[in-house]
Design a protein around this ligand. Structure first.
Ligand SMILES: Cc1cc2nc3c(=O)[nH]c(=O)nc-3n(C[C@H](O)[C@H](O)[C@H](O)COP(=O)(O)OP(=O)(O)OC[C@H]3O[C@@H](n4cnc5c(N)ncnc54)[C@H](O)[C@@H]3O)c2cc1C
Length: 206
């Protein structure tokens, strides 16, 4: 049983997981159970090369980000459960929670964040009614989005990244995942706005 379960281990999914994980010191997030189904096989990062992203050394490969993202998550925020080698087949709902079925297991979560990318090969059962042509790509590319308002599809069901309707740039997809993470944290904080920042300690004069 999760409080929040992220589906997809690309730019948006891992960015969302990092920010949710980083909120652990805050009382309202301390006991929340967070998971990510960190499927990466079909991530657009598999073939991407980055020269135009602030903070990434020019020449950084997407495959290195896929690897280092998982390591960053497990070393800094080990309480975020990384579920590997599973692909989501269906998202359904009971009275209060979402049921996420993969090719191997079934999970229950209060909140679900879908970040599986914008290709029309997305075939997760239970989401069909939200699929529409992507609003910000050339029509011949045949991309999709899950209709949402400010990332929210319905109560407690979010979408992030290119599948949320954003153009395909790494910083936008990552930022979208972070946006959802801070929305979820704000919800957990009773509606009071949340951000999670680390800070260098004050320098001591010698
Ligand atoms: C060749 C190429 C070059 C690029 N170059 C640049 C560039 O120079 N600059 C730039 O800013 N951007 C670039 N991009 C774009 C950038 O890679 C994307 O914008 C970004 O990866 C989109 O993030 P996302 O999270 O929406 O999707 P993705 O990163 O594609 O992540 C989706 C994730 O969902 C997983 N998934 C899919 N189906 C399921 C399922 N059923 N169950 C569980 N998980 C599932 C996938 O395996 C994947 O990990 C490039 C993209 C490509 C393809």
């Amino acid at each position: 049983m999760y409080d929040a379960l992220i589906i997809g281990g690309g730019a948006a999914g891992m960015s969302c997981a990092l920010v949710l994980g980083s909120a652990k010191p805050k009382a309202f997030a301390a006991n929340k159970s967070i998971g990510i189904i960190i499927h990466q096989k079909t991530s657009h990062l598999q073939t991407a090369l980055f020269n135009n992203v602030l903070g990434l050394t020019p020449g950084t490969t997407g495959t290195s980000i896929l690897e280092s993202g998982k390591e960053q998550l497990s070393s800094l925020y080990p309480h975020v459960n990384q579920i590997e080698n599973e692909k989501v087949l269906e998202v359904s709902k009971n009275d209060t929670d979402f049921i996420v079925s993969t090719n191997k297991n079934t999970y229950q979560s209060k909140i679900v964040v879908i970040t599986v990318g914008y290709t029309n090969l997305m075939t997760i059962k239970g989401l069909e009614q939200y699929i529409e042509p992507h609003p910000r790509t050339a029509i011949e590319k045949d991309r999709i989005w899950l209709k949402n308002t400010d990332h929210l599809i319905e109560d407690n069901l979010y979408v992030a990244g290119t599948l949320a309707g954003w153009r395909s740039q790494f910083a936008i997809a990552s930022g979208s995942g972070v946006h959802v993470a801070t929305d979820v944290l704000t919800l957990w904080n009773g509606g009071k706005d949340v951000k999670v920042h680390d800070k260098v300690h004050d320098k001591v004069e010698v």
